[in-house]
Design a protein around this ligand. Structure first.
Ligand code: B12
Length: 211
């Protein structure tokens, strides 16, 4: 593997934001594909952090700073991953459900959807069912995307779907769900319309779904 990319991977757990950003920019200038920097450098580094946390050799502060570095670097990669200004395919609203602060996966989903010419409204993290309902009324999206990374918060996806029904607008929007603990069975169980394992599959599925 390219040495800079291997270094980006290693520097993530050390939280070396400036060094990571400099290496990301250097690789982009050299012509390395943004997808390679993302997958082999940043996402591989986040997998290392997750493994070390699970083993008990990394702790929350390291995970938090690694996540910050990741989000900063993704911002640098964004114009190289989203090569189009076109957002004519339709509107999507996305957020992480209430009680959940994980946003890296959500941000990647948003990037991949923008790359496929969707206009994406990002509601952020810890979003209540009421806020999702308000956003669906305001933006009238084709699809509402819900993200959850915790087994303790994934149930809030059903709370959102129930709130849409309660507001009489469930039939007006497709609901896509995802995040590490979410499965197709869970999606079926709560009455979601779409589940995919990752961001690239989500964007592709939405293209097939919405045309
Ligand atoms: C980074 C991280 C954090 C960071 C988050 C920072 C941030 N800005 O996001 C911090 C340190 C804040 C954190 C906190 C906590 N975390 Co945490 N965290 C992680 C970690 C290591 C990585 C998650 C990540 O970003 N992965 C990389 C991205 C790219 O992957 P992803 O999120 O899965 O997203 C992809 C897919 O899931 C999918 N996707 C995501 N959303 C959607 C939506 C749709 C619609 C679709 C279709 C697809 C989709 O596409 C994405 C891209 O391909 C995971 C470990 C893991 N293996 O997941 C633990 C993990 C999720 N955390 C965990 C826990 C327990 C916590 C805490 C409760 C710890 C604590 N004691 O405080 C808190 C909870 C805080 C809260 N209220 O949310 C557990 C969850 C266990 C469980 N079963 O519920 C995990 C699994 C770690 C573990 N092994 O124990 N965490």
């Amino acid at each position: 593997m390219n040495e800079n990319i291997a270094q980006i991977r290693e520097l993530l757990i050390k939280g070396k934001m400036n060094e990571i950003n400099a290496l990301v920019k250097e690789e982009l200038e050299k012509g390395t594909a943004a997808e390679v920097i993302l997958n082999d450098g940043l996402l591989a580094g986040m997998d290392d952090i997750a493994r070390k946390w699970a083993e008990g050799t990394a702790f929350i502060p390291e995970v938090l700073i690694g996540a910050r570095c990741m989000n900063m670097a993704i911002d640098i990669l964004e114009p190289h991953l989203v090569k189009t200004e076109d957002s004519s395919r339709g509107t999507v609203v996305m957020g992480t459900v209430q009680g959940d602060l994980h946003d890296i996966g959500k941000n990647l989903c948003i990037l991949m959807m923008k790359a496929k010419s969707f206009n994406v409204i990002d509601l952020g993290v810890d979003v209540s069912a009421e806020k999702f309902v308000e956003a669906v009324k305001q933006y009238e999206p084709m699809v509402l995307c819900l993200s959850s990374l915790l087994t303790t918060t994934m149930g809030n996806m059903k709370v959102v779907i129930d709130a849409l029904k309660e507001a009489g607008i469930r039939g007006k929007v497709k609901v896509a769900v995802g995040g590490a603990p979410v499965t197709q069975d869970f999606a079926d169980e709560i009455g979601a319309d779409l589940y995919t394992e990752d961001a690239v599959q989500l964007a592709d599925a939405l293209v097939a779904y919405c045309g």
